[in-house]
Design a protein. Sequence first.
Length: 226
Amino acid sequence: MKKPLIGIVAKPKLEADMWYYTEIVDDIRYKVIQNGGNALGILPTNKTMTFKLDDELDKTILSEEELTDLHDIIDKMYGIILTGGLVSNNYEQEIASYCIKKDIPLIGICAGFNNMIRALGGKTHLDNSGLHKQYGSRIAHNIVINRDSKLYQILKNDNIMVNSIHTYVTTKEEVIGYEIAATCPIDNTIEAIEMPDKKFVMGIKWHPELMDNMNEIFKSFIDNCH
């Protein structure tokens, strides 16, 4: 069977000296390879090297040419991964919206989750509690998974421990267009979203690429990309 080509959306790098950089997370690239896919970095089509360098909503409007170029790239992929990081830009939201419209398998991790939420008109907000800003791969808290969700079918567990490396969160009232798959019982913020009527659309707030017991999420995603 031909290996599916999986696009990992590159993000602007925060540190720059003489040059500007875009980068992908190698842990995620490895998960794609490990589970039978071929990984390809997706670069922004914006005609600029100056991108927004925080996780607030980017109001940049892509031109028709930039949108067409971006869509042409995405159309060649079997699936798309929106990754985490400190930077979010409008092209990531556009990719999420386009994948959902075209039913291209999509998974969003951490900031990728945020961009999926924003792509359909939902909101995220800054978390000042410190609960979720636990830098590193260590386990931070448990989440409760909806037993009717695809995530439960994949992990076969309704209460698991996860890491938590983010500053932006969302509540049930801020989610538009998705079904809620998991929540944090401590503050009731949303930990996972999905669209059961699509091939595979899932947003995850924690970092499964850093957890050995989360490989089934990537396996299921790659399987649906065939």
